[in-house]
Design a protein around this ligand. Structure first.
Ligand code: NAD
Length: 295
């Protein structure tokens, strides 16, 4: 069988702009009704260069759609107690609707304890055990941003996921597992795979949908992909260029999958949707708080 054409490239940047427009309009509606503008508190501990870049992106994105952002930059040596006190203050602040603690955290901080101290109603990352439980029981709550972005990208190319075979590569708590839960909620048949999975290429070849979230550059080769499959590439690895600088490489060998139905690029696929979903989650949290106050 020859090449059937070129896979459709799903434009994550364009979809993110569309979602941002909806968020901007939603915020305008909220403030017109006399409620506070949505507020997002971002807590950054230490000075990890990649985290600095992510936080700067998030703050800029907040400004774009009309979310008030409150940056809390804490020195590397900040104690766990001091951070818990900060979170308690943000939990109690009615102008703060979302709280985001940038990971990774310094080694002396127990991330589970800190993330678990965030009010689940303000947990716009969706990492709190209450939100994890709600996602796995299909009972609402705030859904983690990258998995939500993945689902929205899939929705642009597949009308109905019912009964489709989906293979998720990677089983992390923040990406792989929540994606699997979202796909199960949509009645897909889900296989979650990881570094110890045997025969991954054969498993992947059965898939109508492959979500690659391993952080292993060009892991998914063309021969792993069934004709007409839809591929979402979550992986981002920084690779040095021979002439200096670096480029971002995904988990899918993009140039080998022209026989797929559709594929997301890296960059410009899942990345922009992650930030757009953070903003829409913050609006959702603000709407919930307003309804709670009025209720
Ligand atoms: P992680 O390291 O916590 O988990 C990686 C998972 O992939 C593990 O379950 C591991 O078993 C599996 N894995 C690793 N190598 C594998 C291999 N060769 N074969 C099969 N499975 C393998 O990483 P994470 O936090 O889940 O992130 C995964 C990737 O997604 C990373 O590249 C990360 O940078 C990227 N990411 C992107 C966004 C975004 O906004 N686009 C957001 C979060 C994470």
């Amino acid at each position: 069988m020859g090449i059937i054409g070129v896979a459709h490239i799903i434009d994550g940047s364009a979809l993110a702009r569309k979602l941002d427009d909806e968020t901007t309009a939603g915020i305008a509606g909220l403030t017109k009704s006399g409620y506070y503008p949505p507020g997002l508190a971002v807590v950054l501990v230490g000075s990890d260069p990649a985290s600095e870049v992510y936080v700067a992106h998030k703050i800029r994105a907040c400004r774009r759609v009309g979310i008030e952002s409150y940056e809390h930059r804490m020195p590397e040596g900040t104690s766990q107690d001091a951070l818990l006190t900060l979170i308690a203050r943000l939990n109690a602040d009615p102008t703060v609707h979302g709280i985001l603690v940038q990971v990774p955290l310094p080694r002396h901080i127990d991330a589970g304890v800190l993330l678990g101290s965030i009010d689940p109603a303000k947990d716009v990352d969706g990492f709190h055990p209450v939100n994890v439980g709600r996602l796995s029981t299909g009972t609402g709550g705030l859904v983690p941003c990258t998995p939500l972005g993945v689902l929205k990208l899939l929705d642009t190319v597949i009308d109905n996921l019912t009964g489709l075979n989906a293979v998720v590569i990677g089983k992390s708590n923040i990406v792989g597992k929540p994606i699997a839960m979202l796909l199960l909620e949509r009645e897909a048949t889900v296989t979650v795979t990881h570094i110890e999975t045997r025969g991954l290429p054969e498993i992947a070849r059965q898939a109508d949908i492959i979500i690659a979230a391993a952080g292993s550059p060009r892991l998914v080769r063309g021969f792993w992909v069934k004709e007409g499959a839809v591929l979402i590439d979550v992986g981002i690895t920084r690779v040095a260029r021979s002439n200096g600088g670096e480029r971002l490489v995904g988990d899918i060998a993009f140039d080998e999958v022209e026989h797929a139905k559709a594929v997301t690029p890296v960059p410009g696929g899942v990345g922009p949707m992650t930030i757009a979903c953070l903003l829409s989650n913050t609006l959702k949290a603000a709407r919930n708080a307003r309804n709670h106050k009025n209720g």
